[in-house]
Ligand binder design. Sequence first.
Ligand SMILES: [Fe+2]
Length: 388
Amino acid sequence: MKSLRSLLTCLMLFSVFSAFAEEGFRLSHDPYLQNLGTDEVTIVWVANKPSVGWVELAPDGDESFYSEAWPRFFDTKNGIKRATKVHSVRITGLKPGTRYRYRVYSQEVVEHTGYFVQYGAIAATNVYSKKPLSFKTNDYNKPDVSFAVVNDIHGNNRLLENLLKQCDKETTDLVFFNGDMISIADKEEDYFNGFMDKATQLFASEIPMYYVRGNHETRGSFATSFQDYFSPRVETIYQVFRQGPVCFVMLDCGEDKPDTDLEYYGITAYDEYRTEQAAWLKNILESPIYKDAPYKVILCHMPGIGDWHGERDIAKKFIPLINNAAPDVMLSGHYHRYTRHEPNDKVSFPLIVNANNMLIKGEVKGNALTLTVYDQQGKMVDRFEIKK
Ligand SMILES: [Fe+2]
């Protein structure tokens, strides 16, 4: 009896081991768009084993994706194709306001020794029984723009879905994640289980997501890997871009407590980081991309009006620069409750602090930027209009 039990245990262990050993090569997380601009896009996806990766790019249209061999753009670093699981490809030289179709591929790298590389199976996105994925580049001349903002989701996929399903995929140009999409990052799956698989399923393969980091994304042992997944091919995660008549400035707030706080165990240096970022911000707010835009929207997860150190540092380093640059509005989160602040002697521009369970829909049409706030049930909570 005892030996039969041992034999059964061995057989079970063997079958578990075989299941792992035989797991087929596949894309484990579908592609999503990052850093979409007027002439560029970055596409990010994940394979389940180390692999090389590439994107095929085709013009929009009814012509079959199989009609010809489209140009390939490889995931490389310094001229070498990366054998990695997390893939990112930046494609430049695109035309503004133009739709492109794309397909991503990964091919497993089974072994790489000296001059020898053994490749394995290939996995790719489906263009046979599904419409190929596509995206449309930004365009300064687009007269109208429609965007959505969510924040402080903290890994609650149902909340994310309830909010984002209120957005029409046909008319929404872009989506912002305005920080604290998860509570802590200790491993890759925290991003994907927390919000990113849901985001890809809902929109992010075809509508660009711009990620404004919150203070919680800075926590955990995987926090330094953030940029492998989000804005991986640009220098900084604080950024500026323009779509249609709107210039968007995305700030990176850092942590809320002093760097010396027990909670950070000496692993943070956000005071210096915010100083370095303020120099960048000053330059951006004086440059044509900001000055020439008819509408100007700033996003920063922490609003800079509270009395914790991080917010005080933002109030000291960012807010005076922004006051001088007179944006139409700043969008923040962090407090998990909705408030709208009229301009005052400290913050001289309108500030909207969105709740964790509300969606901001922004729309520029004609001579007005309208921000409408909805709860999870789609009930309107607030409406704010800036007329030009
Ligand atoms: Fe926060």
